[in-house]
Design a protein around this ligand. Structure first.
Ligand SMILES: [Zn+2]
Length: 214
């Protein structure tokens, strides 16, 4: 009906008012985003501090936004502890679902005993596992020796999301004693920290194998 160059005054006025409406909406959106940023940023320490009660009893934990430092090869940040509830990090979120649930349940119960779980390693990409293996070969002097501590990307249960390393030592002690109630077992005698689902909840854990190579 109207072309762009011959708009009537009323259409121009309508466009102007639409223009200021759009500008208003944009300004409002910016305000809301800034407010959200401030609330998110400022409330994070509080949310972390109250993490023990922040999760629903069924293990469902709403994933938080992925911070820019989250590395998608599963490498853990050096400057902060990752817990089984930090599902924003791929080392945790890419764990096999049943394993993640079991570890979260155990972590909740351990907390009541005053024991806190830290994930020292979880899911790893093949590339990350390969890097660890190469570092192991350098450290132990041979592939054979390194394989006692680090598996190949093809064999690693970390790469398949079926293994989680937990620390510190009191958390390992707790899991070795009570982990079978959740199906969690120490897999290797030389790795107190490495747990896998190796029995059904309430079952009996198999004797840990000597090491990752055995
Ligand atoms: Zn491990």
């Amino acid at each position: 009906m109207y072309n762009d160059h011959g708009a009537s005054p009323s259409v121009t006025a309508a466009r102007r008012s639409r223009g200021s409406l759009v500008a208003g909406i944009c300004a409002f959106a910016v305000l809301v985003l800034s407010a959200t940023w401030v609330v998110t940023t400022w409330s994070e320490p509080a949310a972390r501090a109250t993490a023990p009660t922040a999760h629903s009893p069924d293990g469902g934990v709403a994933p938080t936004a992925v911070p820019p430092e989250a590395d998608d090869d599963g490498a853990l940040p050096a400057d902060r502890d990752i817990t089984p509830f930090d599902t924003w990090h791929p080392a945790v979120s890419r764990l096999e679902r049943r394993l993640l649930k079991a570890v979260q349940e155990a972590a909740r119960d351990a907390r009541e005993d005053g024991v806190a779980f830290v994930v020292t390693s979880g899911w790893r990409s093949k590339e990350h596992q390969q890097r660890l293996l190469e570092e192991g070969i350098e450290k132990y002097g041979s592939l054979e020796k390194a394989r006692e501590f680090v598996n190949t990307p093809e064999k690693s249960t970390h790469v398949s999301g079926e293994a989680v390393d937990i620390g510190p030592t009191d958390a390992d002690d707790w899991l070795i004693r009570f982990g079978s109630a959740y199906g969690l077992c120490q897999a290797y005698a030389n790795e107190l920290w490495h747990f896998e689902l190796l029995t059904s909840p309430g079952g009996t854990c198999p004797t840990p194998r000597n090491n990752a190579a055995g």
